[in-house]
Design a protein around this ligand. Structure first.
Ligand code: GDP
Length: 461
């Protein structure tokens, strides 16, 4: 394998107290030693830190600390060096230049982690979780990524996969002895194992909805007639929270979304651009615009002014926005202005007219009444997505797709058994299932099948 020496800035670009440059590869230590004025790094012990100067010929570039890590107990499983320098982007550039002049090359994006994978330090799903961990912006996504880094998803399926591998080996053996018409693999036991795998895959696939909520946040649309109290509510919700305005490129257009954190989960408030300031009272929100907003939402918070008399427009609007996979929260606003009897009446009207199950909340954003109820309702949506069976949560689209393909493949194997199709075809379907399962951790399946046959059966061929 090619272990040429790569280098890159490991800390964020920009000014900082210190910056770190990472170097990895066969010549990481000699290349660093050439530019380091201090202890002879080639004689340094692994996992030690040394004080000295980085030099380009006679010119001193910076005063630094250098850490030396010798293979294999390093992140990349290669010899690695880390240079901690005074955190100026200019110094970083100069150090990288002198490293390159002395035999290193700039690393490509993700190359250190890729090497960790290629060198067998981590599997593919762990490599992906490192990216997730770095990108994590809230407690829930940090925890899930960390669990994944510890091998979460791979552990969940790897023992089932090993069992399946044994069956593949047995079926392949049957193929070798095709003329003798023997059956090494017990079809009933194979079926039972397939059921187990299917159940596991299903529970992992189901966890993706929760995983998605963790990773990308839950999309919430706040809709209501002009003056219903939308912007007041939004401001009240975001007041205590750190509001992040992000520009997320949507599929059809760019929308401004604001992020609300409740109990460690992120909620993306869709297209609230116009709501921060009091909306133009003359501009009623059209059904078409409301539909657009709700299209990608998981939750619709519909605000109805409890102090008004007629709710037919609201009912009309809600009916046109309803969807099976959209959680509906109807929120009667301005309850500080009305009596409890009035908002009970409002609830009854909606219960009578709206057939879909919905949560009804009464709030006063101005007097900060029952705001917690609304937050609890939002957070319960995410909580109920959590699976009780498995604490591993799928957050990654690639894993989700690989799991789906594995499930299809497992079902095909089951069909193959039911219809007693030829052993060749059964073997083919099994290998297919194995390959898809292996895609998640990035294992190469065919070699493994062979390896397993040779190591276990020693049939002397
Ligand atoms: P939007 O058009 O839906 O965004 O409505 P606004 O948030 O601009 O509110 C319209 C009017 O209702 C403003 O005068 C608000 O001060 C008032 N309002 C909003 N929420 C409440 C509330 O909880 N109680 C009372 N009394 N007034 C409210």
């Amino acid at each position: 394998m090619n272990h040429d020496t790569i280098c890159a800035l490991a800390t964020a670009n920009g000014i900082g107290a210190i910056g770190i440059i990472r170097i990895s590869g066969d010549d990481a230590i000699p290349v660093s030693a050439k530019i380091f004025d201090g202890k002879n790094l080639e004689k340094a012990q692994s996992h030690t830190v040394h004080y000295g100067f980085i030099k380009d010929g006679d010119e001193v570039i910076d005063e630094v600390m250098i850490s030396v890590f010798k293979a294999p107990k390093t992140f990349t499983a290669e010899d690695s060096v880390e240079i901690s320098f005074h955190g100026s982007p200019h110094i970083a550039k100069k150090i990288l230049e002198v490293l390159i002049k002395n035999g290193a090359r700039m690393a490509k994006a993700g190359e250190f982690t890729m090497r960790a994978f290629m060198n067998g330090r981590i599997d593919l799903s762990q490599a992906e979780s490192i990216a997730d961990l770095i990108a994590s912006e809230n407690e829930a996504s940090r925890k899930v990524a960390l669990n994944q880094l510890k091998g979460g998803i791979t552990n969940e399926i790897s023992f089932l996969r090993t069992d399946l591998l044994n069956f593949v080996s047995l079926i392949e053996l049957e193929l070798d002895f095709a003329e003798e018409d023997v059956e090494f693999a017990d079809r009933t036991a194979l079926n039972q194992l397939l059921d187990k795998i299917e159940a596991k895959l299903n529970s992992l696939i189901e966890s993706f909805q929760y995983g998605n909520a963790i990773k990308n946040g839950t999309a919430v649309a706040i809709i209501g007639k002009p003056n219903a109290g939308k912007s007041t509510l939004l401001n009240a919700l975001l007041k205590e929270e750190r509001a992040i305005v992000s520009n997320i490129a949507g599929t059809t257009r760019d929308t401004i979304e604001e992020i609300l954190h409740i109990k460690g989960h992120a909620f993306r408030l869709i297209d609230t651009a116009g709501l921060r300031e009091t909306a133009d009272e003359n501009e009623a929100i059209g059904v078409k615009k409301a539909k657009e907003k709700v299209e990608n939402a998981n939750i619709l918070v519909y605000l109805a002014d409890a102090a008004t008399e007629n709710f037919s427009e609201d009912i009309e609007m809600i009916k046109s926005l309803q969807r099976d996979d959209l959680k509906l929260i109807i929120c009667a606003t301005k309850i500080d202005e009305v009596s409890p009897a009035q908002y009970e009446l409002v609830e009854n009207i909606f219960r009578r007219e709206i057939s879909q199950d919905f949560d009804f909340i009464t709030i006063s954003a101005v007097e900060n009444q029952n705001m917690q109820d609304l937050k609890d309702e939002l957070s319960s949506y995410v909580e109920q997505l959590k699976s009780e069976e498995s604490n591993v949560v799928i957050t990654n689209q690639r894993h989700f797709e690989a799991l789906g393909k594995s499930l299809d493949a497992v079902n095909k194997v089951k069909e193959a058994i039911t219809f007693q199709i030829s052993t060749e075809l059964l073997a083919y379907e099994l290998r297919n299932a194995l390959e898809h399962l292996g895609e998640i951790s990035g294992e190469v399946t065919n070699d493994e099948v062979l390896g397993n046959i040779f190591s276990k059966f020693c049939i002397g061929k």
